[in-house]
Design a protein around this ligand. Sequence first.
Ligand code: WTA
Length: 631
Amino acid sequence: MSYRITSFDQYEKEYKESVENPEAFWAEVAGHFSWQKPWEKVLEWNFDQPDIKWFKGAKLNITENCLDRHLASRGNKLALIWEPNDPKERFIRYTYRELHQKVCQMANVMKRNGIQKGDRVCLYMPMIPELMFATLACARIGAVHSVVFAGFSAQALADRITDSNCKMVVTTDGSYRGAKEVPIKRVVDEALEDCESVQKVVVVERTNWGVALQEGRDVFYHEEVKLVSDDCPAEPMDAEDMLFILYTSGSTGKPKGVVHTCGGYMVYAGYSFQNVFQYDESDIFWCTADIGWITGHSYIVYGPLLNGATTLMFEGVPTYPDAGRFWQVCDKHSVNQFYTAPTAIRSLMAAGDEHVMSYSLNSLRVIGSVGEPINEEAWHWYNIHVGKERCPVVDTWWQTETGGIMISALGEHGPTKPSHAGYPLPGVQPVLLNNEGKEITENEVEGYLAIKFPWPSMIRTTYGDHDRCRNTYFSHYKGYYFTGDGARRDEHGMYRIIGRVDDVINVSGHRFGTAEIENAINADPHVAESAVVGYPHAIKGQGIYAYVICKKSPDNFDNLRAEITETVKQQIGPIAKPDKIQFVSGLPKTRSGKIMRRILRKVAEGEPDKLGDTSTLLDPKIVEEIVEGAL
Ligand code: WTA
């Protein structure tokens, strides 16, 4: 295995080898990284527990691989370009040497404030360079980072902090997002009213609002950093030590903390970045995600830096000051690889072609998509107007739990087809299962997407609750990792991801469990019960449709709708706001009390004539009312 695949023939050969002898394959890939101590065994695994160990016995620190090992040859190369929200503000660039220094300083500030190896640190910050420094600083000293997207509410933040007992929060005074100014520190203060584990809060100044510090708990980063050295040794970590926790929604309960470990995650993040984006030494890579999601972890921070790449980080939003912002940034910094989400593509497409036409986009070589199925119309628009039909569109399928891209074209190597993620990366063994959990081996079929063999960056556990990990991913189909997605394989064996087959809704590439949103709605004092389903939404991919039963008929439905929306904002955050709220007097339930979501989904999708069999319902009449009142 050479680390970089440079033709489709080579892909086919490597793929075959990776299946025939996975351990030899991954040992070779891992050989391209620097380890403080080599592994004793490449892989030990069973999917029943599950118990998965990659590179057992090895020692490493991922930041030595991201930073230190590049200093000799790439010390003066740009590691990070930071583009602010406001195009009039100056961008900032950091060389590898400078980034190394910033990370060490941040690490020393954390240590000075009591953080040790194994402690959990919550990062609740906008997209500013210090978020990258803090992420890497945790990894440097062996603390476990839990980055929480700074759009989540105080309640959602508190839940996540408490679940993993974080000892420290790193945050900012405020943030700029488009035309909005957001009081970040105020959200943290509110969250911490219920969080006993947090001893220190480090506040980075972004907006200079002069926020108040809580005596004994809060410190300003700019003051602390003056007191520390810029030398910080990298903590030796076991390959299977925890690197980070990242919360994601599932079909039941509260969001769970997906755990990734040091060695395997490093190998897969580095390997997948190099191959999917076909990064060349002088390229500028831009992933538009937020570091609060897995895409940002793997393809803004770790993947690029592991390869000595120049990574661009953007503070703002695609439509501010106008819908040409992404393309202006591409031209401004001569971006070579551009990686974004279908929802952004669709919203820019809707804003009109003139925005994209004003920019040359000459530097682009590979353009990528992630987070949800990309519909054909958006795929073609992206291909024609952004890629100018010269850049391969890499439609990358993966998940928080997989740690890195699993199914995708490798740059220009390999066929691409609209709305198809394509073939698995070498080392990845996807299968389609039927209802009985049997593998479907033919092509031109549809089934449940599962993975039958471990890969280095797979989820190890869900923090504090291993049973939940087993039940969610490893018990539906024995011997497989179950993705929760349905997929189709075409006549050539290319995969097309259809979407979730569980009670997870994907809104603008963000995952929510229906139960999670229902709980938030039910927190409203006027609500007796609710049921939430997804429905096709032109921009967001899926929208949130809520059926709500009130305790007593409200005086004003619109006011109550606004109130429920506000409750959801408080419980989860603005990104989980329902798009439609229909008030109903009952829900379609089976005799055993289970809500028949299939029916609610069909109504929300505008297909009330396709409800199927409703005879098993407790009260079939309720369906008529729901159909009549549909929004
Ligand atoms: C969906 C994001 C179709 C899928 C990296 C998956 C996709 C969920 C694609 C994971 C794609 C992601 N085509 N669907 N290229 N990429 N998905 O954990 O349903 O935020 O299970 O990870 O997004 O979302 P997550």
